[in-house]
Design a binder for this molecule. Structure first.
Ligand code: ATP
Length: 313
């Protein structure tokens, strides 16, 4: 039996969806005096989504669901929570919010799931509290939260420089199809960069934008074969050094006829570019059959960035 009373008043909720990403190219320069590695990267947002449901609450809190929800911190280090607090601080809002994360993007998988949560939380809280922040203000707050957060807001295809947070939209035609080999074990981004320094440290080349000319041409032409040949990740040798087992999904995807295969970001997710949606399903089946992934996903890209998908009372 429900008893009507103040506590039963319907709560206002805002639901936002934000995509994960693949780095089609990730080039890393020598570490700077600020301790950060400059990068030059080409992001593509893919149809693997995080959903954040924000509702008004007496205090800030976060919960998560999904296959790897247990690995998501629910303390103040949670990126979505940090995003909500940042909106409140920026706009001078006294209210708090509870955030529920429906995690579709692998956790610590190199596909920026936490950053997608942060981008979604920014938009959700802006809408929940009616703070009316501009797109530019949201992007500025996003960049303070993490290098990949601005791209999760913007989506589609973009070149990222600086720490990856300075974005320039890139032209891309058509739809590309992907299969992902997901591992339950994550790879810590900081550890992968440390391994990169050990392997390449002093030889890391200063960044130029020449290397990705073929990749940008492939995107403009919608040429999946040329894009597959141009995929590149400077962090891949470091990810393989830390997790030699990743050579297996790379080999399985190549045997299954992938147009290109690459470790996504700092790994350990392996991203295989397929000829078609059907071919992506076939590569995913090959990952599963050979036992080289704990889970498989298929997706397409590019897709838009964070979007409000529902507002309820
Ligand atoms: P990136 O590619 O941006 O380096 P990632 O995809 O490898 O990130 P995430 O899932 O974004 O990894 O999270 C990395 C770490 O951040 C996690 O291991 C976790 O400790 C912490 N974290 C903070 N907030 C979140 C969140 N909302 N979801 C998942 N992890 C989070």
């Amino acid at each position: 039996m429900t008893v009507s009373g103040v506590d039963d008043l319907p709560e206002r909720t805002v639901r936002v969806r934000a995509p994960g990403k693949v780095n089609l190219s990730l080039r890393v320069g020598p570490v700077g005096s600020d301790g950060y590695h400059p990068v030059s990267t080409v992001f593509q947002a893919v149809s693997v989504y995080e959903e954040v449901v924000a509702r008004s609450a007496g205090e800030f809190g976060v919960t998560a669901e999904g296959p790897q929800a247990a690995a998501v911190p629910t303390d103040d280090s949670n990126l979505a929570l940090r995003a909500a607090r940042a909106v409140a601080a920026h706009a001078g809002v006294d209210d708090a919010a509870h955030l529920h994360l429906v995690k579709g993007v692998p956790v610590a998988g190199g596909m920026a799931g936490g950053s997608a949560d942060a981008a979604a939380a920014l938009l959700a809280c802006d809408q929940l509290w009616g703070t009316g922040l501009s797109r530019d203000e949201l992007v500025t707050i996003a960049a303070e939260l993490g290098s990949d957060v601005p791209f999760a807001l913007v989506g589609h295809t973009a070149v990222g420089t600086g720490r990856g947070h300075l974005l320039t939209p890139a032209l891309s035609r058509g739809e590309f199809h992907w299969a992902f080999a997901v591992q339950d074990r994550g790879l810590p981004t900081a550890g992968v960069y440390a391994a990169f320094d050990d392997l390449r440290g002093h030889d890391a080349q200063p960044l130029t934008d020449e290397h990705d000319v073929p990749l940008m041409q492939a995107l403009r032409a919608g040429d999946a074969t040329a894009l597959g040949a141009a995929l590149h990740n400077d962090l891949e040798p470091a990810a393989l050094e830390l997790d030699p087992g990743l050579a297996e999904p790379l080999a399985v995807a190549t045997d299954a006829g992938a147009l290109g295969v690459v470790v996504s970001g700092s790994g350990p997710t392996v991203a295989a570019l397929a000829r078609s949606r059907q071919h992506a399903l076939a590569i995913a089946a090959a990952f599963t059959a050979s036992g080289v992934a704990d889970r498989v996903l298929t997706a397409s890209g590019p897709v838009p960035g964070a979007r409000v998908v529902g507002v309820g009372d």
